[in-house]
Design a protein around this ligand. Structure first.
Ligand SMILES: Cc1ncc(COP(=O)(O)O)c(C=O)c1O
Length: 383
């Protein structure tokens, strides 16, 4: 019997996961060494076999305090989740009903849009891949899209896949639009640490904002599956009525996360500086190729988008060639948008410098080889 799509997809990712040669630059994950104190905390939790017990359902109290301190927020409640993804799922499940509208950007983070659709909501993706608006959502665009049926505004900021972020005036304006519409604002701040300055909607619209927090990117915990949602206590109470993970998140991950946040001031500045150096290297290499440009620079997330719409090569063809010929995983725009799928791809930057150098060396050759074979430069399907 032919494999079903979920089986094919899993096989595809398992092949990637188990490939020791693969340069993992396609999921904005962080592959730089873990600070020793963080590793030690996780090893201690394993050696003491703490994992025999379930953790408290909303997470360890010390971690709550550290997350709030990291965000600079107080008076709010924290619910620790198995990654930001669980937090996003739970929000959609609790907030949305058939007929509701869910307003977000296009490109955006499509997993969350799918969660909304499964609740019967209509997803409205506002186009932002436009140089004339600096690849950002504008308050006017948002105000023009909300209707009495708008239940949720989902703002990924900094935005995966483009790396744009918003200033205080714009964030206040978004909050005003949400308040007038009586809508919930899901502010997905997964990439917040990589922004020069970041404005939390929770400061301006605390009563209906859910702040989504992840340990996957700056802390490098993607495979440890840890995140959180922060909101006023009454909203968190509502989310815990039918909580997905009613027996708490992974204790090893939480011990590591506590150590990571306690020591963040010691290790994060060097990581940030390295990430920006990598962005500069990638920008220089891609812009040396005719028709290629990094439209958002510096990116405010640990990724750089590369526009190839004038290079005569489809982004999917580039990602296929990078993977199959050079063992480099990058992500084409089709993961984030149908409308702009032929415009760009993105590459992760929190990786060893040798990976960035390799990407920079092979990229011009990949484009040159694809242009030489027009059928190859057209679209090719990956997952
Ligand atoms: C915008 C956005 N939100 C959430 C996530 C998921 O994060 P987590 O690993 O914490 O589930 C990602 C992962 O790439 C993301 O890009």
């Amino acid at each position: 019997m032919a494999a079903l799509r979920f089986q094919e997809r899993n096989r595809y990712f398992e092949r990637l996961f188990t490939d020791p040669e693969l340069l993992w630059m396609g999921q904005n994950t962080n592959h730089l060494p873990t600070p020793p104190a963080v590793k030690a905390a996780m090893i201690r939790a394993i050696e003491e076999e703490e994992y025999h017990k379930y953790c408290p359902p909303c997470g360890l109290g010390e971690l709550h305090g550290l997350v709030l301190q990291d965000l600079g927020l107080d008076g709010l409640a924290v619910l620790v989740t198995d990654g930001g993804t669980e937090a996003l799922y739970q929000r959609s499940r609790e907030l949305l009903e058939p007929g509701d509208e869910f307003v977000t950007t296009d490109p955006g983070y499509l997993v969350t849009n799918n969660f909304a659709r499964t609740r019967g909501a209509t997803v409205i993706g506002l186009p932002v891949y436009r140089p004339e608006q600096a690849y950002r959502l504008t308050p006017e665009q948002l105000a023009g899209a909300v209707t009495p049926r708008t239940k949720v505004i989902y703002l990924v900021d900094p935005l995966n896949p483009l790396g744009i972020s918003y200033d205080e005036a714009t964030m206040r304006a978004f909050c005003e639009v949400a308040r007038k519409a009586g809508a919930y604002l899901i502010h997905d701040c997964t990439y917040r640490d990589f922004a020069d300055a970041h404005q939390l909607a929770a400061r301006f619209y605390p009563e209906r904002t859910f702040t989504i927090y992840s340990f996957s990117k700056s802390c490098g915990f993607a495979g440890l599956r840890l995140g959180a949602v922060v909101a006023v206590p009454a909203l968190v109470e509502r989310l815990t009525v039918a909580q997905v993970n009613n027996v708490g998140s992974n204790v090893v991950s939480q011990r590591g996360a506590i150590a990571a946040l306690r020591t963040k001031a010691e290790w994060f500045p060097a990581l940030f500086a390295l990430e920006r150096r990598h962005q500069a290297m990638i920008k220089e290499a891609v812009e040396a190729v005719p028709g290629c440009v990094a439209p958002v620079y510096p990116s405010q997330a640990n990724l750089l988008a590369v526009d190839v719409s004038r290079a005569g090569v489809h982004p999917e063809a580039i990602c296929t060639a990078l993977l199959e010929q050079h063992h480099i995983l990058a992500r084409h725009a089709g993961y984030h948008t149908e409308r702009f799928a032929d415009r760009f791809f993105r590459v992760g930057t929190t990786v060893p410098t040798a990976w960035v150098e390799r990407f920079c060396a092979v990229f011009p050759k990949v484009i040159e080889a694809l242009i030489a074979v027009p059928q190859a430069a057209a679209r090719a399907r990956l997952f």
